[in-house]
Design a protein around this ligand. Structure first.
Ligand code: G6P
Length: 478
């Protein structure tokens, strides 16, 4: 394609909003995947003439672009080797741990970096081929940080936005990355760089100051062209992401979901207190810290299995990465030990579910839970916390929320904040949450709901795209 007759809005993300399945006969079928990003962007994509560039989630799928849900979907193919080096390696065993405060040690391999560059170029080429003259291209997340610059080199006419869904680390950690300058330059190809928290944006601006000669003034970074003349202005700012709050609220009000919530409680033996954890099985989520605290509360006799239970949903994730396989071993060992020690017939201490569930079942679990435990050691935002709040139109329940989530910046007035490293402190807060009286629950939940229902994901995408659209396109310097 010439690249000039294409789409006015192009989203570029590691994953497509559909999953692929390959039949025995080799036939390819696509199934919609209910990710947060697609619900966020669907309304803007359908209003505009929109295309989505991404990976199918499986290796070696060569497929032509196709239309679905009023969007053009453009699959980018990754070989098994790309999956190993770009996705599992550089994205999820280098950048992911580095950007999450090195909770797990990042691995630096030059071959992984080469693959990251190569695959980023492939995404940039695909986006360049889809975008209309002067189009808006919105690139997402840590897997694609080189795309903005690569794209600008191919298509200086475009307006380019980038949003980082995960934290951006402090300079002292970011500096470890052998390719830190290339990553900063990659991102600076964008006109607007969005982060979850103001702290992430200022970490980035500080990295720019230290690693380049560019000048910065508040959120604006002024680059210099190759000839030393003034270049472009790039804005780095916080745009905290949210969920489709109304849709969740409505789902949780349906009679089916409410009946299912009652059924869940009765299947659990009608405990007085049901606690709930819902996470991807990831070491950033503080699942071990949470379960350790819970086990100690049983040991201390401050909770007992006849009156309380913990349901932990841990959805499978990145299972080929060693740190994830090790985490699974640890968590499952810990759950087994605690159940072995404290469970009684008909009363499990912890119900551990290594699955993912559709939104209807999630809404029922949220409605059933008296206490929601979100105890991440580091988290860009944490949308589970917001889903719990959106589901609680009954103004009941208590949210225990880690200080180290992006959500804590927004939800501190109604949540019970914890430092998950402080096991004793977390135990006290969990007990306090379990005993919060109805009046206090209502007061807190109302504050939380005002925030979550108001600042929903449509507002997030409109505000990002609003700022990006208002920026004048500059084509004089790459
Ligand atoms: C986080 C990242 C996303 C990613 C998701 C699931 O939310 O910010 O970019 O898609 O985790 O991880 P996966 O590796 O399965 O895509």
């Amino acid at each position: 394609m010439s690249g000039k007759g294409g789409y006015d809005l192009v989203v570029v993300a590691n994953r497509l909003p559909v999953d692929v399945t390959v039949g025995d006969d080799g036939d390819i079928a696509w199934k919609r995947s209910p990710g947060g990003l697609v619900t966020a962007l669907e309304p803007v994509m359908q209003g505009a003439d929109g295309a989505w560039v991404g990976w199918s989630g499986a290796p070696d799928i060569e497929a032509e672009p196709f239309d679905a849900d009023d969007m053009r979907l453009v699959p980018v193919s990754l070989s098994a080797d790309d999956v190993e080096r770009y996705y599992e390696g550089f994205s999820n065993d280098t950048l992911w741990p580095l950007y999450h405060d090195v909770i797990s040690p990042p691995t630096y391999h030059r071959t992984w970096w080469d693959a990251y560059r190569r695959v980023n170029q492939r995404f940039a080429d695909a986006a360049a081929a889809q975008a209309a003259e002067g189009a808006i291209v919105w690139v997402h997340d840590y897997q694609l940080q080189l795309v903005p610059r690569m794209l600008r080199e191919l298509r200086p006419d475009l307006r380019i936005g980038f949003f980082n869904h995960i934290p951006f680390p402090p300079l002292e950690l970011f500096q470890q990355l052998p390719w830190r300058r290339q990553v900063v330059d990659g991102l600076l190809g964008a006109d607007l760089i969005g982060f979850q928290r103001a702290g992430d944006a200022s970490n980035f601006v500080r990295a720019v100051r230290r690693l380049t000669d560019y000048t910065t003034r508040g959120p604006i970074i002024s680059t210099t062209g190759p000839d030393g003349k003034p270049g472009r202005h790039v804005r780095a700012a916080a745009f905290p992401i949210s969920i489709d709050s109304r849709r969740f609220d409505e789902l949780a009000r349906t009679p089916e979901v409410q009946a299912r919530a009652r059924e869940i409680r009765s299947d659990l033996g009608d405990p007085e207190i049901m606690m709930l954890g819902v996470d991807r099985l990831d070491y950033t989520k503080g699942i071990r810290h949470r379960i350790k605290a819970y086990g100690e509360l049983l040991q201390d006799g401050r909770l007992d299995v006849e009156h309380a239970t913990l349901v932990q949903v841990a959805s499978p994730s990145r299972e080929n990465v060693d740190a994830y396989a090790e985490l699974r071993e640890h968590v499952e060992g810990l759950v087994g030990r605690i159940n072995g020690e404290y469970a009684e017939i008909g009363h499990a201490a912890i119900h551990y579910l290594h699955h993912s569930y559709p939104p209807e079942e999630m809404a029922a679990l949220y409605l059933a839970a008296d206490v929601m435990l979100v105890t991440s050691l580091r988290d860009g935002m944490n949308l589970v916390a917001k889903e719990y709040v959106a589901a609680r139109s009954d103004d009941r329940g208590a949210l225990v929320l880690s200080e180290f989530t992006g959500a804590a910046d927004e939800l501190s007035s109604g949540a019970l904040l914890v430092n998950p490293h402080d096991i004793d402190g977390m135990k006290d807060i969990i007990v306090a949450a379990a005993h919060l009286d109805g009046r206090e629950q209502r007061k807190r939940m109302r504050r939380l709901r005002r925030k979550v229902l108001n600042d929903d994901v449509a507002r997030w995408s409109q505000s990002f795209l609003g700022v990006l659209t208002a920026m004048p396109p500059r084509t004089d310097h790459v």
